[in-house]
Design a protein around this ligand. Structure first.
Ligand SMILES: [Zn+2]
Length: 394
């Protein structure tokens, strides 16, 4: 018998059955967090002996709790939680869209649906639409709500961790003061957990995207709103009030434009998508989009590349400050502005080198989000996966 199991017996006296079920649970927990792993990886992650892992996997495959697969990026005979261990769903509200996705416990996305949202939609209407879309997505894979063991939901708004209510400033004014988890759980008839979109961005990138396997990560969302999601020591860091990462409302210019939060000259008033567009509209007229600005900059337009570069420099100063405080290994740039890619990332890197503490800045990597506009809905799924309890088949 291997050493770790012996230690376990000493630490936690109990019958062999209790030990076996504790080891089974460890394997299930690791797979729930990681999706698919080879048996060798499972042994490393759980600290169990390869022979123990092999026995438990065989047993749980027979009970249909786990499934083996030879598919998935060359991971031969990868192990994952079986489909009948339950499904999870993610719901993401953006400024103008609503997206729903469904995944199995093996982190495979089975269905994804998206609709456009009108302006000023109330929380009640929004949740009604999500319930419908979720129903359609489940129908498309021949499943029903009973198969779903948890639902994660993302809102572009701060959620007060103590009251569960949407706080201000929010770009969804119809939701302020609402407890979205309680309302959605009641309307959908299944437990719903809620988080803000920057936190979901970092969870998604950590589960599927540019930050897999990295334990100290900041994700910066640069869209209509500006915020950061932080993973520190492998865990999402929300702060006691749930407002950690509100980097968009740090003061850059004390006498600058009034921000929707009531302060003046916040980072968001300078680098949000709307502010970038406003700077260029006097020259190019109304109706500009970030995609159009990026296209023109790539075609050699001086004003467009100058504005994107200046925006990158302002973001870079904020990231240098963040880096001095948290010393992450990786900063991921997501949201609408991320499509500017190196036009934005190069000046960000330059300013981090210039303004950051050399020891913190030198080893910091800055990458574009790997999941593009899917990152928030996949983050909602990842939140659901964190909350879900796999249904152990008897
Ligand atoms: Zn502000």
């Amino acid at each position: 018998m291997n050493k770790l199991v012996n230690q376990n017996v000493l630490l936690k006296p109990g019958s062999q059955t209790a030990l076996r079920s504790a080891n089974q649970q460890r394997i299930v927990d690791v797979l729930q967090a990681s999706g698919q792993l080879s048996q060798a990886q499972l042994a490393r992650e759980t600290g169990l002996a390869p022979a123990t892992v092999s026995n438990i996997v065989r047993e749980l495959v027979a009970k249909k709790v786990l499934a083996t697969t030879s598919a998935g990026g060359g991971k031969r005979h990868a192990v994952q939680l079986a489909q009948n261990a339950g499904l999870v769903a993610g719901i993401d509200y953006g400024h103008r869209h609503l997206t729903v996705a469904i995944a199995d416990m093996g982190h495979n996305i089975l269905s994804e649906r998206r609709v456009e949202l009108g302006p000023g939609i109330s929380a009640d209407e929004g949740i009604g639409m999500a319930a419908n879309l979720l129903g359609q997505a489940l129908d498309s894979i021949g499943e029903s709500l009973e198969a779903v063991s948890a639902i994660g939901m993302g809102l572009p708004a701060p959620i007060d961790a103590r009251t569960g209510k949407v706080g201000g400033p929010s770009i969804l004014p119809g939701w302020v003061g609402v407890d979205p988890a309680a309302l959605a759980s009641e309307r959908i008839g299944q437990r719903v957990v809620v988080d803000n979109d920057a936190n979901l961005g970092v969870l998604a990138e950590h589960t599927w995207g540019a930050a897999t396997g990295i334990d100290n990560v900041a994700y910066l969302k640069l869209s209509e709103g500006v915020g950061a999601g932080l993973i520190l020591g492998g865990q999402l860091f929300r702060g006691p009030g749930g407002t950690a990462g509100e980097i968009g409302h740090t003061t850059i210019d004390e006498f600058g434009p009034v921000c929707r939060c009531g302060n003046r000259g916040c980072l968001e008033t300078i680098v949000a998508a709307r502010s970038v567009i406003d700077l260029l509209e006097p020259r190019y007229g109304p109706g500009l989009s970030i995609a159009e600005i990026v296209r023109m900059a790539n075609a050699g337009d001086h004003a467009c590349s100058r504005i994107l570069s200046d925006t990158g420099r302002q973001v870079g100063v904020a990231i240098a400050n963040l880096c001095n405080l948290f010393n992450p290994d990786l900063v991921i740039i997501g949201g609408e502005l991320a499509q500017a890619d190196e036009l934005l990332l190069a000046p960000i890197r330059e300013m981090v080198r210039r303004c950051g503490i050399p020891s913190a800045a030198a080893r910091l990597e800055i990458r574009r989000a790997g999941l593009a506009d899917r990152s928030h809905v996949l983050g909602a799924v990842a939140l659901g996966l964190l909350e879900a309890t796999p249904q152990m088949a008897s």
